[in-house]
Design a protein around this ligand. Structure first.
Ligand SMILES: [Zn+2]
Ligand SMILES: [Zn+2]
Length: 826
């Protein structure tokens, strides 16, 4: 009798092999990107993760899904450009450095502070790179070239170069208009960086006096601390209650300032008392009204969020304290009528969650308002995944009303490459190319082009970090650096990103792309959901519900975590973390290994000419074809729920539970009941299915599939294989019979295990392999009769129905199709 020993010798899948396998990929340079190859380039504009802390599960799963994009595109024959970048510019690292080194940014020399930031960035970066390795990312840059960094001189030089280009095109201007200002971050911020939070606050009804009549005028406000900067009082032109007031003056309580009373549509008769005071600046409406009405603002809050001298007794206090104090003072003055607690949406800073103020500050602006319609047009040619995520962009485009302030009063960022004449203040931009640090570099000019003076002062500001991030697709496709690559790789194939940064990263990139090339930047945009905790809450430090991936990878393996990330939600929906479900995914990884190990016992037959395929084989191949096609649909849509579900359910429920059981006897053929060609057909089909399953699974579970592949099938990696084509050896119509086959199998198995049978013959030990006397199967199952007879160990197996049902167990295995079973011989 022939002995069968598995080629896969380990009894279980060892997740400890994952790092070893990953190291081999890196050593052999499996994912190196070489743009000179013939195949069409597919560029992925990987979001450079920010190096300010450990990745939590959300980051790990998000990037895993992006890695699956790269892997499937490689299998589809593309030359995949999948770089890994690290975002290292901007505020979060400065805040972190201040905390860890216990310093204040502006109190240490700039040079020293930058060094502290860099030290931390390097530490966090290496943690991220380790995580990329642990998760098995197929990025082209972990191996030889290393990751790219947004604070590399080369990267920053490109940011500056693109700024200079836009400067020369007249797209940049400077303005001192009041803008969103974060007093914590100490800098102007763009509208795109603002969120709204609903916070409780007091709606205070204050007693003003009409100067001319001495009447009381009640005004409700949430910002009483700004009374000192009140410049006018407005009523609605149609509000008859106040028709007698316009042209007169109001006297501000406590401060005694006289301000004009005017009509304006902005005063909403329904809100408060219908009378509003305009201060510099309580909100963006105030900013607009000051501009419209040509009023001179009184600046009441400094850049650290403290009240200025003009505020009198409350000067020097932070805004919230000042608000409490002035309410007390006004109470003492008897100037308050009522105080009502209300909740109202407050604009807050995206990063520090601080309520923003409106503070005038000279900043550089990039024109965007005039180009919104073009960007909207571009978006029509981009394929969004999922399709409804396009709306996130369109909604934001509708909300853009002011140009983008791009300069920031911070340190760790790309410097604004501008020098000013010390005499006439004329700004000068240098030649594009090198990386400039105007706060410390010697000016690259001799004399002022305007006045001939020889002295220059370098700009000390840096750019908004989105100025750097928004050129990533240019950086990775060799813009202005590698013409050949740029021709092949631009526009970029896909921008994968989270939904929370559509209005910043995606929008700004499209804007920059338009300014630089006049073209759209991406063919596809892929937007994934968030990972939330078991109760559906977003993971955050303040809620204390963050899950880190490291211990999970240690316990369940990266393949399991990757599979979990695919299985839990369709693209764009939030993924709810559940350790129980992750454990379930890891069971499947083990199952796949077990099945592979079983199949690896049998000799590899690859030529169908040597074999005599049976009905069961052609049915398995047909079911396989269907799975390959279903999975491919999901892969093409870049939505991996469907491929993961299809391949798992085929492998487990069809291949393992039915086919393997059905052909076991034929594959072993220990009793010699099958011909050699029939036995080999089982071997052929087992391996054919196994190889196909491994290939379809490879993008999702790259470790275990590569291990099985290189141990059982080939010397070279599975990750250079093409996505499987359907096989013509299948009998596609047989897939209609899957239900009937399953019903028949479970009917016989159930009866063999049933208590009733045990009672009938307590002396006989029935098991699934035990012989049964007689089995009748419906005519539709005729092509499978040999394997059915063998797997159920039926002494007699016939087609149709016995003369009488008497003495038979009967089951309906399909509508109007019955099977008859006699367990015991008469
Ligand atoms: Zn802030
Ligand atoms: Zn000058």
């Amino acid at each position: 009798m022939q002995e069968f020993t598995p080629v896969l010798t380990d009894k279980r899948w060892k997740i400890q092999l994952e790092p070893e396998i990953g190291a081999t990929w890196e050593k052999k340079g499996h994912y190196t990107f070489d743009h000179t190859k013939d195949a069409q380039v597919w560029s992925i504009d990987t979001p450079p993760p920010y190096a300010s802390g450990k990745w939590h599960l959300g980051g790990a799963i998000h990037y895993t899904l992006i890695d699956i994009i790269a892997r499937i595109k490689r299998m589809k024959g593309f030359n995949v450009n999948f770089p890994m970048g690290i975002d290292r510019n901007g505020l979060p690292i400065e805040v972190q450095a201040e905390k860890e080194f216990n310093v204040s940014m502006r109190d240490v020399p700039r040079e020293d502070f930058l060094r502290m930031c860099k030290e931390l960035l390097d530490k966090y970066e290496s943690q991220i790179v380790d995580m990329c390795r642990a998760l098995g990312f197929s990025v082209n840059s972990l191996e030889h070239d290393g990751v790219y960094r947004t604070d590399d001189p080369g990267y920053r030089a490109l940011t500056q170069e693109t700024f200079i280009e836009m400067w020369k095109k007249g797209l940049i201007y400077e303005s001192g208009r009041p803008n969103n200002y974060c007093t914590d971050c100490n800098t102007t911020i763009a509208d795109a960086e603002i969120e709204y939070a609903t916070a409780p606050t007091q709606f205070v009804h204050l007693r003003f006096t009409v100067k001319e009549t001495g009447d009381e005028l009640v005004i409700a406000t949430t910002r009483p601390e700004l009374l000192c900067s009140c410049s006018c009082v407005l009523v609605h032109p149609k509000d008859e209650r106040y028709a007698h007031l316009p042209g007169k003056h109001a006297i501000v309580p406590h401060y005694g300032i006289e301000v004009p009373i005017m009509t304006h549509r902005e005063a909403d008769p329904e809100k408060g008392t219908g009378v509003v005071m305009i201060c510099s600046y309580g909100d963006s409406t105030d900013v607009r009204l000051y501009r419209e009405l040509g009023m001179k603002p009184v600046i009441a809050i400094d850049t650290y969020g403290k009240m200025l001298d003009v505020a009198g007794e409350i000067a020097g206090l932070p805004v919230t304290e000042a608000r409490e104090k002035i309410v007390q003072i006004l109470d003492d003055d008897d100037a308050i009528i009522t105080k009502v607690r209300i909740k109202h949406p407050t604009p807050i800073c995206w990063r520090s969650k601080t309520p923003i103020e409106f503070i005038p500050m000279p900043e550089y602006y990039l024109k965007q308002v005039d180009h919104i319609d073009t960007i909207r047009d571009f978006s029509k040619d981009i394929e969004f995944h999922p399709p409804n995520s396009r709306q996130l962009l369109l909604d934001w485009l509708d909300a853009v009303t002011v140009d983008w302030p791009i300069s920031r009063r911070r340190y760790y960022g790309t410097e604004v490459p501008v020098w000013y004449c010390t005499k006439c203040n004329e700004p000068h931009v240098p030649e594009p190319g090198p990386y400039y640090q105007p706060w410390k570099d010697k000016p690259p000019f001799d004399t002022c082009t305007k006045c001939g003076n020889g002295g220059f002062r370098g700009d000390e500001r840096v750019f908004d970090t989105w100025m750097d991030s928004s050129i990533s697709p240019f950086f990775i496709t060799g813009y202005n650096r590698n013409e050949e690559l740029f021709k092949k790789a631009f526009p970029c194939s896909v921008r994968p990103q989270g939904k929370d940064i559509v209005r910043t990263w995606l929008y700004y990139t499209l804007l920059r792309g338009y300014h630089l090339t006049g073209k759209s930047v991406f063919d596809h945009v892929w937007i994934s959901g968030h990972v939330v905790d078991e109760d559906g809450r977003k993971m955050s430090k303040s809620l204390g519900n963050i899950t880190y991936p490291d211990p999970l990878i240690k316990q369940y393996g990266a393949d399991a975590l990757r599979l979990f990330g695919c299985l839990e939600a369709s693209l764009g929906s939030d993924i709810r973390f559940s350790e129980e479900r992750l454990k379930g995914a890891s069971k499947y990884v083990q199952k796949l290994f077990n099945i592979s190990r079983f199949v690896s016992m049998f000799p590899l037959v690859e030529d169908p000419a040597d074999v005599e395929l049976q009905g069961m084989d052609r049915w398995a191949l047909a079911s396989l074809n269907k799975m390959v096609a279903d999975a491919e649909k999901g892969y093409d849509a870049l939505d991996f729920l469907f491929p993961a579900v299809s391949v798992r359910s085929f492998t487990w429920s069809v291949f393992a539970d039915i086919y393997l059981e059905a052909v076991k006897r034929r594959a072993y053929n220990s009793d010699g009941e099958f011909s050699e060609a029939q036995q080999k057909a089982a071997w052929f089909t087992l391996h054919y299915c196994m190889k196909t399953i491994l290939k379809v699974t490879a993008p999702i579970m790259p470790f275990v599939t590569d291990h099985v592949w290189t141990t059982v099938y080939a010397k070279t990696t599975i990750h250079h294989e093409a996505y499987p084509e359907p096989t013509e050896l299948a009998e596609d119509a047989f897939t209609d019979l899957t239900g009937t086959i399953t019903q028949l199998l479970s009917f016989v198995w159930k009866e063999k295990k049933s208590e009733d049978r045990k009672k009938e013959r307590p002396d006989v030990k029935l098991n699934l392999r035990s012989e049964v006397a007689e089995l009748w199967i419906p005519p539709s199952l005729e092509p499978f009769i040999l394997d059915i007879k063998a797997m159920h160990n039926a002494k007699e197996c016939s087609i149709g129905a016995p003369a009488s049902e008497e003495g038979y167990l009967v089951a309906e295995v399909a509508p109007d199709e019955k099977a008859y079973l006699k367990v015991w011989a008469d």
